[in-house]
Write a protein of this length. Structure first.
Length: 271
């Protein structure tokens, strides 16, 4: 055998040894990985607390990566805290009321739809017209769930939280006054008690606004009843005109340096 042949044979033998060694190492490596997987599965099956800890750590790691990628905190269950509903899924009567209130008070129809649906449901149980409940909300807060008066009335129906703190205990405490649905439920309960105590709707509204001992309620009951009447017409399918927003009209533009003898000035009026 020539020298070149011996060199070629040696190279083939060397390559064969390397391939066989790599196979042995790989085979043994896969075997070790398999054993490790089997061990982990058996361990997790025997110790559920390890599995739960691992799942928590994995979720935490994935959430941190997600937050880093988005640049903000994420909560996939935040939708569960939102007070909103699709107005198209409401009964026709309720949807009409929600859209009308949305346009008049410039509030999104989705949260209003949730409040309208709740007013209709709780009104049935409390034996109160739901449009009356909505009228009280409209006059009291204009559907601002975070409204607060100078005397401490809070939320959609401007319930005196300090006076009726006992009613909020079943909802976790006084801060629930700023949860729209909770405030609605407590407010309806207070309104119901006021009407029963006064003996009539008009007198009950006077009690509700805190004017029971006064001759005049400042026109509060009339405002509520007027809005109640409009909402009943909307619910009945009638066209109820919305109040027109004020129009700002400029009579003459401002001039930084009017000519001598020209006394025209800019006047802005609301009509």
């Amino acid at each position: 055998m020539t020298a070149l042949g011996r060199i070629g044979k040696g190279l083939r033998t060397f390559a064969s040894d390397i391939a066989e060694g790599f196979f042995e190492i790989t085979h043994n490596g896969f075997a070790l990985v398999g054993l490790a997987v089997v061990f982990c599965v058996v361990s997790l099956a025997a110790r559920p607390d390890w599995r739960e800890t691992g799942e928590v750590q994995l979720r935490s790691w994935l959430q941190e990566r997600h937050i880093a990628a988005l640049g903000m905190q994420v909560e996939l269950d935040a939708i569960d805290r939102a007070t909103a509903a699709d107005p198209q899924e409401l009964p026709k009567q309720q949807a009409a009321v929600a859209y009308w209130l949305s346009k008049k008070y410039r509030v999104a129809p989705e949260p209003l739809s949730a409040l309208v649906a709740e007013a209709y449901e709780i009104g049935e149980h409390a034996k109160l017209d739901p449009t009356l409940i909505l009228a009280v909300m409209a006059v009291e807060s204009g559907f601002n769930p975070f409204a607060q008066s100078s005397v401490g009335a809070q939320g959609l129906m401007q319930v005196m939280t300090g006076v009726h703190s006992d009613k909020y205990e079943n909802f976790g405490g006084k801060l629930a006054a700023f949860d729209p649905v909770t405030n609605l439920r407590v407010g309806v309960k207070v309104l119901q008690e006021c009407i029963q105590r006064a003996g009539s709707l008009q007198a009950g509204l006077k009690f509700y606004v805190g004017a029971a001992k006064r001759d005049d309620d400042g026109g509060y009951a009339d405002k509520v009843m007027a809005e109640h009447a409009r909402l009943k017409q909307v619910a009945a399918g009638r066209q109820v005109p919305l109040p027109q927003p004020p129009v700002i009209r400029t009579v003459a533009p401002l001039s930084p340096a009017p000519p001598a003898g020209d006394d025209k000035v800019a006047v802005m009026t609301l009509s």
